[in-house]
Design a protein around this ligand. Structure first.
Ligand code: ZN
Length: 288
């Protein structure tokens, strides 16, 4: 069967009436290209013809387009410096130019793509290890400060958010080597640390921290996850120490646990750089 089964096509171009796609009995189907042949006749006839909310279909296409391009950048299928031509990407992903433009604008905010006047979009260079090291120093101060204030509050929202992320990270059995495989782990890691910042109940700090996309930036340094030795058990153990301190309402213990987690992160970062880059950082973060 030709493209008619692809939700990635603009709904106006799709030969299948959009309600059939939206009401497909297999929930994952409308997240991307799917094959109608995999459905039984009974399933096809079970599809209803209720019109979907157009905005929802559009959001799904935009989100999927953004995820596709982001994955290519982090896995370096689109290498640093590669030009990002809107029309070519639209053809390749079988979408109109609107979701491509939306995705590129969002990726620019996340520092994954750069926009230059007259030259257009290109894949941003990965952050220098020295920059990420500096960011770790900043995080130790910043997250430690928020934990000192936030842990004694014992806010149920904070404890719930941290507990949820901790459990989700623990339920991931295999990290894999591609961004698609390990992103659930890093997304939850980002949520866990955002909850630490949010615990201080300072909206300005929460917003600025969220806008830095620190953990996403760090992902770019690892061409493959194997370079880090996939230290999920170690990371979980460190998160557990932080969580226990928050549960006890002990700000100082939480601050100490965060510092040792991020210092351990610094060692993992150096190891990853050493394995992926022949120029090695010494103990002061300088290139040898
Ligand atoms: Zn962490």
């Amino acid at each position: 069967m030709p493209d008619v089964s692809c939700i990635m096509h603009d709904i106006r171009q799709c030969a299948i009436p959009s309600p059939l796609v939206y009401n497909h009995p297999k929930p994952l189907a409308f997240l991307g290209c799917f094959v109608l042949e995999s459905c039984t006749i009974a399933e096809r006839t079970a599809m209803t013809v209720k019109m979907p909310p157009r905005a929802l279909v559009r959001t799904t296409v935009s989100e999927q387009t953004y995820e596709d391009i982001k994955e290519r950048i982090i896995d370096q299928t689109l290498p640093p410096g590669a030009r990002l031509n809107i029309d070519a990407l639209a053809r390749e992903l079988s979408v109109s130019s609107t979701p491509i433009r939306e995705a590129l604008a969002r990726l620019e905010r996340e520092q994954l793509v750069s926009l230059e006047l007259y030259a257009g979009y290109s894949v941003a260079p990965p952050p220098q290890p020295e920059y990420l090291e500096g960011l770790l120093d900043f995080r130790i101060l910043w997250e430690g400060h928020c934990a000192l204030i936030g842990a004694p509050k014992k806010r149920p929202e904070t404890l719930r958010a941290m507990e949820q992320s901790y459990k989700k990270m623990g339920s991931i059995r295999r990290l894999g080597t591609k961004y698609r495989e390990y992103r659930k782990f890093t997304d939850e890691d980002a949520r866990f640390h955002q909850a630490i910042i949010d615990s201080a109940e300072n909206p300005a700090m929460s917003k600025i921290y969220g806008g830095l996309h620190i953990i996403l930036l760090q992902s770019r340094l690892y061409l493959t996850r194997s370079a880090t030795g996939a230290p999920s058990e170690q990371v979980l153990g460190e998160h557990q120490q932080i969580l226990e301190a928050f549960n006890a309402g002990d700000g100082e213990a939480a601050q100490t646990a965060i510092a040792s987690h991020l210092e351990a992160g610094r060692s993992r970062l150096k190891r990853a750089v050493k394995e992926t880059d022949p120029r090695v950082l010494d103990d002061r973060g300088q290139r040898s």
